[in-house]
Design a protein around this ligand. Sequence first.
Ligand code: NAP
Length: 306
Amino acid sequence: MVYDLIIVGGGPGALSAGIYAVRYGLDTLVLEKGFVSGQISTTGDVENYPGFISIKGMDLMEKFSEHAKAAGVVVENREVIGVKSDGDHKIVTTDSGDLKAISVIIATGAKPRHLGVPGEEEFRGKGVSYCATCDGPFFKDRNVIVVGGGESAITDSLILADRAASVCVVHRRNELRASQVLQERAFGKPNIEFSWNTILEEIIGDSVVREVALRNTSTNEEWRSLIDGVFIYVGNEPNTEFVDVEKDGYGFIVTDERMATSEDGIFAVGDCRKTVLRQVITAASDGAIAAYEAYEYVSAMKSKGE
Ligand code: NAP
């Protein structure tokens, strides 16, 4: 069996592409490694997706998922290991065999970047986390630090502040990268404090995290802080190792404005592609464009074969 289109991923970009593709009449299959989700499902409140003044990331993804199902999008749980061209077809290698398609959309998103300090891997899941929505409840009335100054760090600091006794944001510079509205909320929370020009050098503990070693980069002062949890938000890296198309120095897939990659018939959308803004709305928009381009590509390939 040869699908018209295989979409790899299950977040907003993938499901938006799926909805559009089915409506263009493409025989489409969505392959998702886990449950349909995307990184947005680990986000607390989403307040910038039009139509929803405020909605939990998980609830928004459930709505995407319901919509895709109602539109007739078929989703299978399989891990994709490779995507390559073979003549006029694409071979999508999964953990349970190869699949064939005329076109492929890569929508595999990104994962949290690790800081790479001693103790980070050792205490992962034992006090080190990358997701306050997932792990915040374990830190009720405890003291935690958040590393990073971007949108994710401050969004999750606010989530943690509702449960934890104290949240200390450890940031390497003396100003935040997060949006003004989030900064103002965080500055207004009595149990969030900021440690500016500070880097985390080591996470220390026994069976769980007990303390962290910090250094002020302006004064070189070093100190240790007793802490129960360390939440790390130092950016994201794309899930693109399995596909051999042109990428930038960080591994993000290079596309044109039609979401076309360097390989004919392979498109990329959302957080895994090189772009200026990584949001639910931009991923969904990318998905719609890529589905249209896949439709054009598949139609051209089919008429070539007639
Ligand atoms: P980000 O914007 O890349 O921020 C990463 C933060 O980590 C920055 O403050 C950076 O410091 C710091 N950092 C990076 N490497 C570090 C290192 N080695 N040591 C210490 N600190 C380090 O990442 P993000 O916050 O995950 O956001 C990623 C994208 O998702 C953004 O486009 C953001 O707008 C979007 N996002 C949107 C929402 C939403 O709309 N609801 C929520 C979350 C994220 P510097 O500031 O010094 O560079």
